[in-house]
Design a protein around this ligand. Structure first.
Ligand SMILES: [Zn+2]
Length: 385
């Protein structure tokens, strides 16, 4: 039985979302989440997933959302980010059924200072729920990992209570994201600052599961978002299995994988590391990270010079893939792209069909499609419909 036997094509939320996540956990694959910033990139992702018969997650970062609405708009009060994410979600809702695949629409990292963005999207979800009985978005992410754990959990719980009423899933993050280098013990797997502790996962699970089961946890297991020199941090996806066992034991659960885990910053990982993570309940993996760009901007770009982000590995992925097709097209057609009229075939020959954006942007979409399909293969998400 495939996923389309369980849920319809189009954007899925609530109970249908739960069914797909459980199916992925049970069949040991994860669904890639691809950051999109335009209808062109959204279409590429939908086409990629359709052609390998897989569900897909499309997510909007804060900066990507503002871009979707238009760079010419002011983002004061997060207004452009709110508008862009909502417009993107409506766009996906309209086109996804035509592609015949289930799609999860998600908003990416939202730090404490960006909460007005979250509030704006959630208000739209609630309005949509009143009309349609489901939220506009399938899920949202709150990244309060830089705050103290108690505060992280408390703020998430406040939102989770609201989201549970409209069947919207919350993704939260626990673990290091900061820029500190001090106190890093490279030897110890149990270093609390680099690896989320089983007690943390238990605290979150206990608090959240009293409200709903629609939540996912992005835990740190060496997949740092922070600024660490390469080689300082080892990936330990097997820790996720220990977290699952810890939660199961302490809460006396039947399910040996009660937690839905999300893998951030994992695109540079080996197939073995990914497989281990997935076998321990990772059901979503971020493939591209629009927030990386935002983060660099926040810190003035200084960190990039001296330190390496593991997330940097993600950057080469879909953004580069999209650019690569356009770059190769330009190199191949250079002589036909220098003027509206006149090319190697003759001074009076028109070039319209070569510089039409539908032609060169399509080349970027083609290479992005390939990259998204690779990500699906890495995660075992092929032919799952
Ligand atoms: Zn993250």
């Amino acid at each position: 039985m495939g996923i389309l036997d369980l849920v319809p094509a189009g954007v899925i939320t609530g109970h249908n979302l739960r069914k797909v996540l459980n199916y992925a956990k049970e069949h040991k694959f994860a669904i890639p989440a691809v950051n999109c910033t335009s209808t062109s990139t959204i279409n590429a992702v939908l086409e990629a997933a359709r052609d390998i018969k897989s569900p897909i997650i499309i997510q909007f970062s804060n900066g990507g959302s503002a871009y979707f609405a238009g760079k010419g708009l002011s983002n004061a009060g997060e207004k452009a980010s709110i508008l862009g994410a909502i417009a993107g979600a409506y766009y996906i809702r309209r086109v996804a059924p035509a592609y015949g695949i289930p799609v999860i629409v998600h908003s990416d990292h939202c730090a404490k200072k960006l909460l007005p963005w979250f509030d704006g999207m959630l208000a739209e979800d609630e309005a949509y729920f009143t009309q349609h009985g489901e939220p506009l978005f399938s899920s949202h992410m709150l990244d309060l990992s830089e705050e103290p754990k108690e505060e992280n959990i408390a703020i998430c719980l406040k939102y989770l209570n609201r989201m549970a009423k409209i069947d919207c899933l919350l993704e939260m993050e626990i673990g290091i994201t900061g820029g500190e280098e001090d106190g890093v013990n490279n030897e110890s797997v149990d270093n609390a600052s680099l690896y989320t502790q089983p007690e943390d996962i238990l605290d979150i699970y206990r608090a959240f599961s009293g409200v709903t089961d629609l939540f996912t946890i992005a835990a740190a297991f060496g997949n740092v978002h922070g600024v660490y020199k390469v080689g300082n941090v080892q990936l330990h996806p097997e820790l996720l299995g220990k977290h699952q066992a810890h939660v199961q034991k302490h809460l006396g659960l039947k399910d040996d994988k009660p937690v839905y885990f999300v893998f951030h910053g994992g695109s540079g990982s080996s197939p073995g590391e990914i497989a281990t993570a997935v076998s321990h309940g990772v059901i979503k993996m971020n493939v591209d990270t629009g927030w990386f760009h935002d983060l660099i901007c926040d810190f003035g770009g200084h960190f990039a010079l001296i330190l390496i982000f593991r997330h940097f590995l993600d950057i080469k992925d879909t953004q580069w893939a999209y650019w690569l097709g356009i770059k190769e097209y330009y190199e191949k057609k250079k002589g036909y792209l220098q003027a509206q009229v006149g090319n190697p075939d003759g001074d009076d020959k028109p070039n319209k069909k070569h510089y039409d954006p539908r032609v060169f942007i399509r080349e970027g979409e083609k290479t992005m499609i390939k990259r998204v399909q690779e990500a699906c293969k890495d995660l075992g998400n092929v032919g799952t419909l």
